[in-house]
Design a protein around this ligand. Structure first.
Ligand code: ZN
Length: 198
């Protein structure tokens, strides 16, 4: 299967901060407000700074984050599972928040990685424009590529504000996606253990 999204599609020329702030002013006028009124004067610069935070994942390479692996596992070959990793992302269709939790597991073969790195990988992909399905696969692919484990499982449970605050307005609906690789896909016992633990 083709590895997706390990490197983001970076636009070759990034606009300047001034251009980004001007774009915010256009959107403010589109919303029906006046960007020159006092309360909105600093909004364009605040929004662009917020975007730097929301989308900080474009400047980071997740495979590099996972590159410091440890081969001395002391024979540890059971499942490593990180549960309830909270994340905030933005949907690529409406640019509104997706807020949820990721559960990430792998079965080591020869390499393990610092546990915090797994949470970091979730964050890197979350801090980009996403679809939940794409993000689920990207996290699994990055771990598979870096650790070459016996298996990887990723499950994401999230609420999409494009469904709760607009469109069909269905608050409280959460979306579940999962991606299983290797033993998690092939062995029902391993998969069941993962599902029982999360
Ligand atoms: Zn959306």
């Amino acid at each position: 299967m083709q590895k997706t999204g390990l490197r983001p599609h970076i636009v070759p020329t990034r606009p300047s901060r001034e251009e980004a702030e001007e774009a915010v002013r256009v959107m403010l006028r589109w919303a029906g407000d006046d960007p020159t009124r006092e309360g909105l004067l600093d909004t364009p610069s605040r929004v662009t700074r917020a975007y730097e935070e929301f989308f900080a994942g474009y400047d980071v390479d997740p495979t590099e984050e996972l590159s410091r692996t440890f081969e001395e596992t002391e024979g540890y070959d059971e499942m490593v599972l990180l549960r309830d990793i909270t994340f905030e992302s933005h949907c690529e269709h409406h640019m509104v928040p997706i807020i949820g939790k990721a559960h990430v597991a792998y079965l080591p073969k020869t390499r393990v990685v610092g546990i915090s790195k797994l949470a970091r990988v979730v964050d890197i992909f979350a801090k980009r424009l996403q679809s939940q399905e794409m993000m689920t696969v990207q996290i699994a692919d990055a771990i598979e590529t870096a650790l070459e484990p016996r298996g990887v499982a990723v499950m994401i449970d999230a609420e999409h504000q494009c469904m709760t605050t607009r469109g069909i307005h269905k608050p409280g609906v959460s979306t579940l996606t999962s991606h299983m690789v290797g033993a998690f896909k092939e062995n029902p016992d391993v998969r069941r253990e993962f599902m029982a633990l999360i």
